[in-house]
Design a protein around this ligand. Structure first.
Ligand SMILES: Cc1ncc(C[n+]2csc(CCOP(=O)(O)OP(=O)(O)O)c2C)c(N)n1
Ligand SMILES: [Mg+2]
Length: 203
């Protein structure tokens, strides 16, 4: 098992480049920051595949990933529901910018209910999973590029904390104290400006 895990982890890092925020970095930093009892949810897209491959679950029911039908729009509400049910456990959602756009206003519900979830948005200005499939079929990106939104400002407008990060150090800082975000904290949205180039090597 250990050898298999090591091979998987090495393959999962293929395409990673120094000097930019790679998708695998976001997952690794989030896992490092999350206490063992943390509950993690994902949305659907390239970020989900990166997270699902190496996120180590340390407790039953601590990883909530939609598969099969894989409906986008799951990650944020699933995180809010998880936090409502398990208020003593930290909850972190890893979502794409497309999926976040579909569910972002749920953050207003989270702040209204005082549910301090942490949401990390893989901001790549793309419906990446679909854009890569278009690319593989020789098509140009068609309706898969999405303009960037100031997600930190959007979060603040919904009475949440919001921060934009561009590199690993920024993300580490934003996620520090993840386990201490208690009942009095506001929900947190982290706009992680990832470089999606690694996905082209991965998928
Ligand atoms: C409700 C719904 N609509 C469409 C899809 C098809 N789909 C799968 S992944 C994806 C793009 C996701 O984009 P984003 O949330 O930005 O994640 P990324 O792939 O960029 O990490 C789409 C449109 C889906 N799975 N669910
Ligand atoms: Mg995206």
């Amino acid at each position: 098992m250990a050898a298999h895990r090591a091979r998987l982890r090495a393959a999962w890092q293929a395409g990673r480049a120094d000097g930019r925020l790679n998708p695998c970095d976001v997952v690794a930093i989030a896992r490092e920051a999350a206490p063992p009892d943390a509950i993690m949810t994902t949305d659907v897209g390239s970020h989900k595949i990166m997270a699902g491959q190496v996120w180590q679950a340390r407790e039953p029911r601590s990883v909530l990933i939609p598969n099969g039908l894989s409906a986008m729009g799951f990650g944020v509400p699933a995180a809010i529901a998880a936090k409502l049910i398990r208020p003593d456990q930290p909850v972190i959602a890893l979502v794409g910018d497309g999926g976040f756009a579909m569910t972002a206003t749920e953050m207003r519900v989270a702040s209204a209910l005082g549910v301090p979830v942490t949401v990390v948005v893989f901001a790549d200005n793309s419906l990446n999973r679909i854009e890569l499939r278009q690319q593989a079929m020789g098509y140009p990106p068609t309706s898969t590029r999405i303009p960037g939104t100031d997600l930190a400002a959007m979060a603040e407008a919904m009475d949440c904390d919001g921060v934009r990060v561009q590199d690993a150090a920024g993300l580490e800082k934003a996620l520090a104290g993840l386990g201490d975000r208690s009942a009095g904290s506001r929900p947190l949205v982290i706009e992680a400006r990832v470089d999606p180039a690694q996905y082209e090597v991965q998928f």
